[in-house]
Design a binder for this molecule. Structure first.
Ligand SMILES: [Zn+2]
Length: 795
């Protein structure tokens, strides 16, 4: 129940997730009893058999054709809880039962692994151009909807699932019905007899179990030839129902494969759509291609979209077809957004929410970019957008820093790309995924760690010609020293020393296995201790020789950050990796620049803690983007002063446009100018009237919102709003000689009540808090403006 997401449409019983969250304690016993009863062979509640199905039209299609609607099933939440528990239990067995060729729906299997596989296969066939091959991208007609239940249950039994668990699933897949929701009316009930249940957490797992029967058939038939590397044969990969066959000897293999698909289809309901199935070929002449096409009725395509990526028989096209194409679309988006009036923060948000995900998808699936040029072009375009073609007022590095450290978290695409590459390099380090490594390193001459640590890429030039190895090696080389300043624990001397074999086999020993810490330093364990694991005494000596070298670089007392957070972790790798790179990238700048300037202007030190507090708490007093933007701009000293304009454009005049006498630098314009000071004094006097006590007038409180003990806790929010109102008025009248009046300020602050109300609503805060915070202001306003509607009433 804790994991349930709020805000989703409930099922036929109308009970939303919130109901279960609030009443969790009372409901859990009843639910638990019900569910256990089903496992013991009891009936499922009638309401679980029912689904409401709504139809969502696919964009830009003919709305009169029923095929152009996507059905969305709404299921009851109690049913979903049950199915979710079953699914989590099932996953634990499936990870062992389902071959690694299937990457969908199971923990630690990823879409990008399939893409990597396909690219590697194409690359392998490029190097070994004597192997004729075909890659067939199977398209099944609504695969999920057409699976027969009988077959589904049989595959489950075949997988060895029985007893309570089987009963638990049988209970669901025995009798289902649904009603369509059309224009808010319900149709009559109709029965459902096939297909996995959409929206049910169990259904994709059941589906891949059924598909696994087909996959096993294909793997076991010797007449269907895959791509062979040593003792391994790569025949297929699947991501849910997205199936790809990689076949050698296409003539015979395709015939057999189609036959197998047909047989399987008869039993399961799986229907191959020949018109949508496509193939790419490698090392075949036009005549042979034509023959395949005619014989099997499957089109030989120039380009296929596989899992969101355009693939062709030449990997080099990946950049043009995917990166360039995506970026061209992004440029169009930028043009459109340029025309609408987005705020400065809004433009940065647009990059984060719209552009970053598209690029991340490519980075994670096809890290095949070399060199820095393309990133510079992208960054330039983004910078132009953020600053609307004007000169940037804040250094790019500062913009990219994390929010908790005072940055604005604008994505640094190059670092994201490198982070994605390093997540791929992880496989070269752990040496666990031997299928992948045998394929990716089919023509390697040394062990992977020899490339990673002993610069063997320089000896074996061909290593970097590979579409994937090249870019990864480049990024690794660039970041290696930063990630591992000393000899890493994960480094495997036995892998460095090993003679490259077609298929990886022997267990690798790392320094973690080989070394022991004694008297404050690292030593190689004695031969006696390692004997069992080593091949020979000679190997021990080779390791010792290597260690003597590596020792010079030194060894960390503890595992490196990189090892702990990336190598030994499985979740959120990309963002962790990005943060490691980012921290390093922004280390020297942090926000120091700006901090130093403020301290110089204020004439005293501001502790780092106070800055942290400002970014992590202070700035969050409101949800209003406009007010927050003002505060960010203050921190970053965004406003162009006469002095700065003179520096930038040599205007020849750096005198303050308010007092007309002194130099108009940042602190003068905002605080020390006689005119500005008058305005601030007025505000200060009014604030004292509001709060009904006196307090010191600290510039950091008024300009940066760094409020200390001088303002009582209860008044802090109102103080923030009231100074923000003053600052925004100054900013709005930036180039005016005259500053606004107290009355302008009072009205502005009065208007902020609406924003405070919205903040409270967004954050689910209580009315009482808002009343408390604004009470003093309402009393103050009532004595000033008798004719205004009372604020108490407004709140
Ligand atoms: Zn002045």
């Amino acid at each position: 129940m804790k994991k349930m997401k709020l805000g989703k449409t409930p099922g036929p019983d109308g009970l939303p997730a919130k109901y279960y969250k609030v009443l969790g304690n009372q409901l859990s016993t009843v639910l638990c009893d019900t569910m256990n009863n089903i496992l013991r062979g009891g009936k499922i509640p009638e309401s679980w058999r029912e689904a409401f199905i709504t139809l969502i039209p696919k964009p830009d299609t003919d709305k009169l054709n029923v095929k152009n609607y996507r059905p969305i099933s709404l299921l009851n939440n109690d049913y979903k809880l049950y199915a979710d528990i079953m699914a989590n239990r099932l996953k634990k067995c499936l990870i062992k039962l389902i071959h690694k060729d299937q990457a969908g729906f199971l923990p630690n299997r990823f879409l990008k692994d399939n893409m990597r596989h396909v690219i590697n296969i194409i690359e392998y066939l490029e190097i070994n151009n004597d192997i004729p091959a075909a890659l067939i991208f199977i398209d099944a007609e609504k695969a999920f909807d057409n699976v027969s239940w009988l077959f589904l249950l049989k595959s489950i039994k075949k997988a060895g699932i029985e007893g309570e668990f089987l009963k638990g699933i049988q209970a669901i897949y025995s009798n289902q019905h649904a009603k369509l929701v059309i224009n808010n009316n319900l149709t009559n009930t109709f029965e459902i007899e096939k297909g996995t249940r959409q929206g049910c957490p169990l259904s994709p797992l059941l589906f891949i179990m059924a598909l696994e029967i087909l996959a096993n058939k294909i793997r076991s038939k010797p007449e269907i030839q895959g791509i062979k590397i040593g003792s391994k044969e790569f025949k297929l990969k699947a991501y849910a129902d997205d199936l790809i066959l990689t076949l050698g000897e296409p003539q015979g293999s395709i015939a057999k494969a189609l036959e197998t698909l047909e047989e399987y289809g008869k039993l399961s309901g799986f229907k191959l759509s020949k018109s949508k199935t496509k193939m790419l070929t490698k090392n075949l002449n036009n005549e042979a291609k034509g023959k395949l096409e005619r014989q099997y009725g499957i089109k030989v395509a120039k380009k296929v979209k596989y899992l969101g990526i355009w693939v062709t028989p030449k990997n080099i096209n990946l950049i043009e077809d995917n990166y360039t194409a995506t970026w061209n679309k992004i440029k169009k988006d930028l043009d459109v957004w340029n025309r609408i009036n987005l705020s400065w923060l809004g433009r940065m948000e647009a990059i984060k929410m719209n552009i970053l995900p598209k690029m991340l998808f490519l980075f994670q699936n096809i890290p095949v970019i070399r060199g820095p040029k393309i990133f510079k072009d992208w960054q330039k375009a983004l910078s132009r957008f953020i600053w609307q073609g004007r000169r940037p007022r804040i250094r790019f590095k500062l913009l990219t820093d994390r929010k908790e450290r005072g940055g604005l978290a604008v994505p640094n695409l190059k670092l994201y790309y490198e982070a994605a590459c390093l997540c791929w390099v992880k496989d070269w380090i752990t040496l666990e995924n031997t299928d992948l490594l045998d394929l990716e390193g089919a023509d390697n001459r040394f062990g992977w760690h020899a490339y990673l640590w002993s610069n063997k890429g320089k000896v074996h030039r061909g290593f970097t010609n590979h579409i994937i190895r090249g870019p990864l090696y480049e990024v690794w080389g660039k970041n290696k020293k930063l990630l591992e300043r000393k000899t890493p624990w994960w480094l495997s001397p036995t892998d460095i020393l090993s003679i490259k074999k077609t298929n990886m086999e022997e267990q690798r020993l790392t320094y973690e296995d080989l070394l022991v810490r004694s008297q404050g330093s690292w030593k190689l364990r004695p031969y006696e201790e390692l004997k069992e694991k080593l091949k020979s005494w000679l190997q021990y000596h080779q390791i010792n020789a290597l260690w003597t070298e590596d020792k010079k670089l030194g060894m960390n007392e503890k595992k490196s950050n990189f090892q702990i957070e990336i190598i030994e972790t499985k979740s959120k790798l990309l963002s962790k990796m990005y943060n490691i790179l980012l921290e390093w990238d922004t280390k020297d700048v942090e926000i120091k620049d700006v901090m130093v300037k403020w301290e110089r202007d204020l004439g005293h030190n501001i502790e780092y803690d106070k800055w942290l507090k400002l970014w992590n708490e202070g700035i969050k007093f409101t949800a209003s983007a406009a007010i927050r933007e003002n505060l960010e701009k203050m921190v970053y000293r965004w406003y162009l002063t006469p002095e700065k304009l003179n520096r930038m454009y040599r205007t020849g005049n750096k005198v303050c446009w308010r007092c007309g006498t002194k130099e108009g630098n940042f602190i003068h314009m905002w605080w020390t100018c006689e005119e500005t000071k008058k305005f601030w004094n007025q505000i200060y006097d009014e604030q004292k009237k509001i709060f009904r006590y006196t307090f010191p007038k600290k510039p950091e409180a008024f300009l940066l919102g760094m409020v200390g003990e001088e303002i009582r806790e209860i008044d802090k929010t109102l103080f923030q709003y009231s100074t923000a109102a003053a600052r925004m008025l100054i900013a709005q009248n930036w180039k005016n000689a005259n500053l606004p009046t107290v009355k302008d300020w009072q009205l502005k602050l009065y208007g902020f009540i609406e924003l405070a109300k919205m903040t409270q609503r967004i954050r689910n805060q209580k009315n009482a808090k808002l009343n408390e915070e604004w009470k003093k202001f309402s009393v103050y306003m009532e004595s000033n403006f008798r004719n205004l509607p009372t604020i108490a009433g407004l709140i």
